[in-house]
Write a new protein. Structure first.
Length: 334
């Protein structure tokens, strides 16, 4: 049996300024109504959409695209809503409180496996190899005896979520490195709290993302590897997506194509203009400007990574969250 968490870990200290979207989250508390059903690029009625996203670099391309008018060009009026996570985000989508959400793959697959009608409509951000570091890192103290994922056997590791992507990735990385993932003691902690726990020696390692990883490495902590890159066998995996309710898609013919067109233009703009992208991250998150300048940016993309979605479904089955993964064609909007 796999250990799900280790209780009683005290977490103290202030939160870091920037909390990125968890790869298992998404959602919004604000409501928006459709201004009409669109279809194609001709004379289309404007469709009003509330996008449930976190104040994070994962949503930066979307914000830049709104500013550049890419969504307006497609007849989409986007309002940014406050984010929820996991099941809460899915609920808000189904209830019509939001029309599109940004989050991880796991909640969408879990919802679809439970016959909740949601569909992935586009990618969002991809991991990538960068001289400044990868987007996802597993951080240990400088003097730790942990040199590889296999060395995490029996160690206490903080992850952002259990029975979801962050648990799966670290277990897969340990197993593929020849270790026994069942010996891990996993602690569920928000990213800023995990940083504090690592600094205070309350955990042996944390599985985290940017810019937390860069901040810790600047303090002398070490990175032993990118767990999702290992889990997916792909250093450029796309594990964060946008998704909509099937009802909204059906009521607004052509909305998926229009969304993808605008988001791809937004992604291309963000990738081609790193200074504008970093400025937007600083503005939307209030993060330390020097840290944002030194941390690597993700690869923004509207393209859907079908292989990563398929493997995430396999992880959900392997670790007992669902009995059977839905067919890919039923998960992804045409």
């Amino acid at each position: 049996m796999f250990s799900r968490r280790k209780d009683g870990v005290a977490v103290t200290g202030a939160l870091l300024a920037l909390t990125l979207v968890t790869a298992c989250g998404g959602g919004s508390d604000d409501a928006a109504s459709s201004g009409g059903s669109g279809g194609g690029s001709g004379e289309t009625e404007t469709v009003a959409i509330t996008a449930g996203v976190a104040a994070s670099q994962s949503s930066t391309a979307l914000l830049l695209g709104i500013e550049q008018g890419f969504f307006e060009d497609q007849g989409i009026e986007v309002t940014i809503g406050q984010s929820a996570t996991g099941a809460a985000g899915i609920t808000q989508l189904i209830n019509g409180q939001q029309q599109v959400a940004l989050g991880g793959i796991s909640p969408v697959i879990t919802a679809a496996a439970g016959d909740i009608p949601v569909s992935i409509v586009s990618g969002a951000v991809n991991d990538r190899e960068d001289p400044a570091g990868t987007q996802y890192q597993t951080i240990v103290p400088a003097d730790s005896d942990v040199q590889s994922f296999a060395d995490l056997e029996g160690k206490t590791v903080a992850v952002n979520s259990l029975q979801c992507c962050w648990e799966f990735w670290i277990r897969e990385a340990v197993e593929k490195d020849g270790g026994d993932p069942s010996t891990l003691e996993l602690v569920q902690l928000p990213f800023p709290d995990a940083v504090t726990a690592l600094r205070q020696g309350e955990v042996d390692a944390i599985s985290t993302l940017q810019p937390f990883a860069t901040a810790l490495r600047q303090e002398g902590f070490r990175d032993i590897g990118d767990s999702p890159a290992v889990a997916f066998d792909n250093p450029e995996n796309g594990n964060t997506v946008f998704y909509m309710s099937q009802q909204f898609i059906q009521e607004n013919p052509g909305i998926v194509e229009r969304w993808r067109t605008a988001l791809e233009q937004s992604a291309e703009y963000a990738n081609a203009n790193p200074e504008a992208t970093r400025a937007q991250i600083i503005e939307q998150t209030g993060a330390d400007a020097e840290l944002v300048q030194s941390a690597p940016l993700p690869q923004y993309s509207a393209e859907i990574d079908r292989d990563s979605i398929e493997k995430e479904g396999e992880f959900l089955v392997k670790y007992g969250v669902i009995e059977e993964a839905p067919d890919l064609d039923s998960l992804i909007a045409p």
